[in-house]
Design a protein around this ligand. Structure first.
Ligand code: ZN
Length: 131
């Protein structure tokens, strides 16, 4: 298992980590199988979406902020319930097929670490599972 460090700089942020994951795959030498990504945090997530137009992730965060308001008479005393909700909306893991040593992502797909309670130093676990 490979641990990637991710540093967020804003409260909510989608940080593209495709090249870091690709490097981890190359270092493993595994050619075919699956890459499992896991975020060991309750206020962050991992997702896959368009990486061609940066406005897409901007719009996603904007829409998510409307669906999950930061203040809403939440009970959780830590005061970050919105971040917990957003984390579960996107989820803590992704599975990406590995084909001839490359991530089998679509042309416009990128892998994003999603921060919802930053800025913080975070970790992402990469498990490369040979076929
Ligand atoms: Zn909390």
């Amino acid at each position: 298992m490979i641990r990637l460090n991710v540093t967020s700089r804003r409260v909510s942020e989608m940080i593209e980590i495709t090249s870091e994951v690709r490097n981890a795959v190359r270092q493993s030498g595994v050619r075919d199988g699956m890459v499992q990504l896991f975020v060991p945090h309750t206020t962050a997530a991992v997702t896959i979406n368009e990486n061609a137009d940066p406005d897409v992730v901007h719009d996603m965060l904007k829409a998510l902020g409307k669906v999950v308001p930061s203040e809403d008479d939440y009970l959780h005393v830590e005061g970050n319930s919105a971040a917990h909700l957003k984390s579960s909306f996107f989820g803590a893991s992704e599975l990406v097929p590995l084909e001839e040593g490359e991530l089998a992502l679509g042309t416009w797909q990128g892998i994003y670490f999603c921060e919802f309670d930053g800025p913080r130093n975070r970790r992402l676990l990469v498990n490369i599972l040979p076929a």
